[in-house]
Ligand binder design. Structure first.
Ligand SMILES: Nc1ncnc2c1ncn2[C@@H]1O[C@H](COP(=O)(O)OP(=O)(O)OP(=O)(O)O)[C@@H](O)[C@H]1O
Length: 427
């Protein structure tokens, strides 16, 4: 298990030793790399290709959204390395007997904590299928910039004592990263965003910027809005077709578009050296999401700037981020008068974009996609919706209970302090 900061070169840290071992005894399929997103799979394959060229390395990328037949054909040709997202690889294992992974020596899980996380996109079932198709005797490598929580869980289930390497540093983010926050009222958030982008465009023409949003819809609307202000922006989210996703990323990487508006689909692993600024349009709900998002800049020793827009409802989230990364964010200063000047125009434009999007089948498409996915997984969409609603209810109750306890503890602490102060005064 390897845990090191974002942009510190974890990919090469597993690619190079694997290539070394492969050169000693080359055969296919020698190694399997799993990663949570399709874009990341292509990026890892690129590193294997560059570094493995002298060996004549054959690789194969197995991800969803691409043609399954040609993938099956490639798998049957025994590539040295398979780089895959779990869902599509599990589909191939279930449906095909034209390839075998029984001899693989290395299993790499990149962004391992995400792969093993049991949340909204849960890979558990797919991982079970994959683990059943590869030999038990192998070396398993887990990498991420945020592995600490997963470590404890894994240590308890691992058959051998795992070797864990962590870069020693108190602060969890990169030193060269300038981390700021901007306190903004929810309703005027977009005016601040437009102001920031205008400023960066005016002052640093060559900078590339990533803006992270919380939902696909927000991502889409912001892109429409920024386009209306003539900013060179492009969206990247999971409701886009896979070909559009790759094209968007390609155009951003080549600096054809200088602004990428993305959901957390792009928060992990992506390595784009020109990115100078990351803007969090919403404050990430979890510190580790923050760490990965801001890690899209200041990579490989470069500098970078991260600005998180914080509304009145998000202050507790910033506190937990600061606690986790072990440093304080600094307030970013803006000229309020300049924001006020564009406020009405921005709000009117946003509303116009929202109306335009409502006129399309965006929401409907999302529902259909969700139902399709559930049916593919062999689940009943209606039953799942009911289950989800019940879970939500339970979660809310749990949250309320936790808040209640937290308040009670805080109150008790305050009372204690007050009692102590009173006692001192009396003395
Ligand atoms: N020894 C090195 N010297 C200079 N650059 C390097 C070196 N090793 C890797 N790099 C480059 O550093 C960049 C970041 O590497 P990489 O994408 O592997 O980071 P990472 O640690 O996996 O980050 P993340 O946690 O965000 O996925 C890449 O462009 C890579 O080519």
């Amino acid at each position: 298990m390897g845990c090191a900061k974002t942009g510190s070169g974890k990919t090469a840290a597993f690619v190079l030793p694997i290539l070394q071992k492969l050169s000693e005894d080359p055969y296919g399929i020698f190694c399997l790399v799993l990663t949570p997103t399709r874009e990341l799979a292509y990026q890892i394959a690129e590193q294997f290709r560059v570094l493995g060229k002298p060996l004549g390395l054959k690789d194969c990328i197995i991800v969803g959204g691409m043609d399954m037949v040609s993938q099956a054909l490639e798998l049957s040709k025994k590539p040295h390395v398979v780089i895959a997202t779990p869902g599509r690889l599990a589909d191939h294992i279930r449906s095909s007997n034209t390839f075998s992974m029984k001899r693989i020596k290395f299993l790499v899980m990149d962004e391992a904590d995400r792969l093993l996380e049991q949340g909204c996109t849960d890979f558990t079932e797919e991982l079970q299928v994959i683990l059943g198709a590869i030999p038990a005797k192998r070396q398993t490598l887990l990498f991420s910039a945020t592995l600490t929580d997963t470590l404890q869980e894994l240590k308890s289930v691992a058959m051998n004592k795992p070797f864990f390497w962590e870069s020693t540093s108190e602060v969890k983010t990169v030193e060269q990263l300038d981390q700021k926050y901007l306190l903004v009222p929810e309703k005027v958030k977009d005016a601040y965003l437009v102001h920031l982008i205008q400023k960066f465009q005016d002052e640093h023409e060559d900078w590339s910027i990533i803006i992270f949003t919380s939902t696909c819809k927000d991502c889409q609307i912001l892109n429409m809005m920024l386009r209306r202000f003539n900013f060179p922006s492009i969206a990247l989210h999971s409701m886009m077709k896979q070909k559009e996703r790759f094209a968007a990323l390609g155009r951003f990487k080549s600096s054809f578009y200088k602004i990428l508006i993305a959901t957390d689909l792009a928060s992990r692993g992506l390595d784009i050296p020109t990115v100078q600024v990351v803007i969090n349009h919403n404050t990430p709900g979890l510190p580790k999401i923050y760490i990965h998002r801001v890690g899209r800049t200041a990579r490989a020793g470069r500098s970078g700037l991260a600005i998180t827009l914080v509304t009145q409802y998000d202050i507790h989230l910033v506190h937990s981020i600061e606690e986790q990364i072990k440093m304080k964010l600094i307030e970013y200063a803006v000229k309020e008068s300049e924001v006020l000047n564009i406020l009405t125009q921005v709000n009117v434009t946003r509303r116009a974009c929202e109306i335009k999007l409502e006129g399309t089948d965006f929401d409907e498409k999302k529902e259909i996609n969700k139902r399709k996915q559930l049916i593919l997984e062999g689940k009943d969409p209606d039953l799942e919706a009911k289950r989800k609603a019940e879970l939500e209810k339970l979660k809310k109750q749990k949250k309320k209970f936790k808040e209640h306890i937290r308040d009670a503890i805080r109150k008790e602490k305050d009372d204690q302090i007050r009692r102590k102060q009173k006692k001192k005064q009396q003395e």
